[in-house]
Ligand binder design. Structure first.
Ligand code: MLT
Length: 405
């Protein structure tokens, strides 16, 4: 009899964002006259920048010619894109990353989920609480998380690092040895950022303990404060202890187009092996690269026109974040995030539960949010709103929420 991966049976019923969508869809179906505004899942709404689509059109035309046709590309990504990333995202910020340390992929979500392939199952994994559920669920699927407790909402083998209002939503350095540390800054879901000093402490801890930091900086483009690092590699010593995930999704509107990249430094070794070599081996075996047309589109993000258009789109979302932040604050709610992040983290009123407040806003304001409890036990008592909606819809959502309160 074929045996299944029983770890899947231990997972809670559904993936958070599927459940958020399911409830919203059920409500919409039962109330066809109501116009829902979706500020739940962090999906962009502005179209791709014109420079990106122009580059993709040109690439499609190339593909229609014998000389310009591209079959399988390099699994690691085309040199033109890896070079552009190294130049604009790293060297321009004073960080020396070699293109051979950059692996282009179809998403930071896939990479964050797949990176576990190169690590043993008996590593102790540390996650923030609340946390982007992909880190937790993929470790649970691999059998690294132990058993799930419905009562606590926690996995027995994971090391949870609470991020609460008391600690400014900044995880404390573990007081024991952990092996894999997932950090995400600007944070999803709280919108908190890490200072240089905080990242230095993490790098020091990881190098001292032989741990690896899995650093998700998918939202770095939203950082507005000058002194906040955009990359873990801005910290000295990070190349011997960190892997970084980045994405074009939120920066340049690629959520449906799919392009991201992961940086695995050559200097990063564990167990006598180069992690760059292992990840390359994994990608070559299980992944056939991102389409040529998409990579040409991603390259255009770094052209002068592309960069200006991306900046404009970011400003649009940043303004939405401000509208949400200020609107909810003026309604008497306690809010954080939103300044260096497209996410606003909002405390529920009167100690209301996350899902209860989610349901209230869905049914009374017809606004879809994401319940904080879905991100982990310390998210209870919060909801998350995204700044990725249309400007008009965002302002309307805030007005509706204020009316309900
Ligand atoms: C979110 O809402 O947190 C995002 O959609 C996460 C993702 O990019 O997968």
């Amino acid at each position: 009899m074929t045996k299944i991966n029983e770890n899947y049976l231990k997972l809670p019923g559904s993936y958070l964002f599927s459940e958020v969508n399911r409830r919203a869809a059920a409500y919409a179906q039962a109330n066809p006259d109501k116009k829902l505004i979706k500020l739940g899942i962090g999906d962009v709404t502005l179209p791709l920048p014109a420079a990106v689509t122009a580059a993709m059109h040109a690439a499609v035309d190339e593909m229609a010619t014998a000389q310009g046709f591209h079959g399988y590309g390099p699994e690691q990504g085309y040199d033109f894109l890896r070079e552009a990333i190294a130049q604009h995202d790293y060297r321009a910020r004073g960080v020396d990353i070699d293109p051979s340390e950059i692996f282009v992929s179809d998403g930071a979500k896939s990479d964050c989920g797949n990176i576990g392939d190169i690590f043993g199952l008996d590593n102790v994994v540390a996650v923030c609480d609340p946390v982007y559920p992909v880190y937790v669920d993929t470790n649970a699927m691999a059998g690294r998380a132990g058993e799930y407790s419905e009562a606590s909402g926690m996995w027995s083998k994971l090391h949870y690092m609470p991020c609460t209002a008391e600690n400014g939503f900044s995880p404390a350095i573990p007081d024991k040895k952990v092996d894999l540390i997932y950090l995400c800054f600007p944070n999803n879901p709280t919108g908190a950022v890490a200072t240089r000093a905080q990242l230095e402490a993490w790098v020091e801890y990881a190098n001292r303990n032989g741990s690896v930091i899995l650093y998700d900086s998918a939202y770095e483009a939203f950082i507005t404060q000058e002194d906040i690092p955009h990359s873990i590699f801005e910290i000295e010593g990070a190349k011997t202890c960190a892997i970084e995930f980045r994405s074009f999704s939120k920066t340049a509107g690629f959520t449906g187009t799919r392009c991201a990249y992961t940086v695995v430094p050559k200097a990063l070794e564990r167990g006598g092996a180069s992690l760059n070599f292992l990840w390359n081996r994994r990608q070559c075996t299980k992944f056939n690269g991102v389409p040529y047309v998409v990579q040409r589109g991603a390259e255009a993000v770094y052209s002068p026109e592309g960069a200006a258009q991306v900046k404009e789109n970011l400003a649009y979302y940043q303004n939405n974040a401000k509208v949400i932040f200020q609107g909810l604050q003026s309604a008497g709610l306690t809010v954080s995030g939103g300044i260096n992040s497209p996410y606003i983290w909002c405390q529920t009123p009167d100690g209301m539960g996350s899902w209860e407040f989610y349901d209230l806003l869905l049914s009374r304001a017809n606004v879809v949010t994401t319940p904080g409890a879905g991100f982990g036990p310390s998210g209870e008592g919060y909801i998350r709103l995204t700044a990725f909606g249309g400007a008009e819809a965002t302002a309307e959502a805030v007005a509706r929420i204020k009316a309900v309160l």
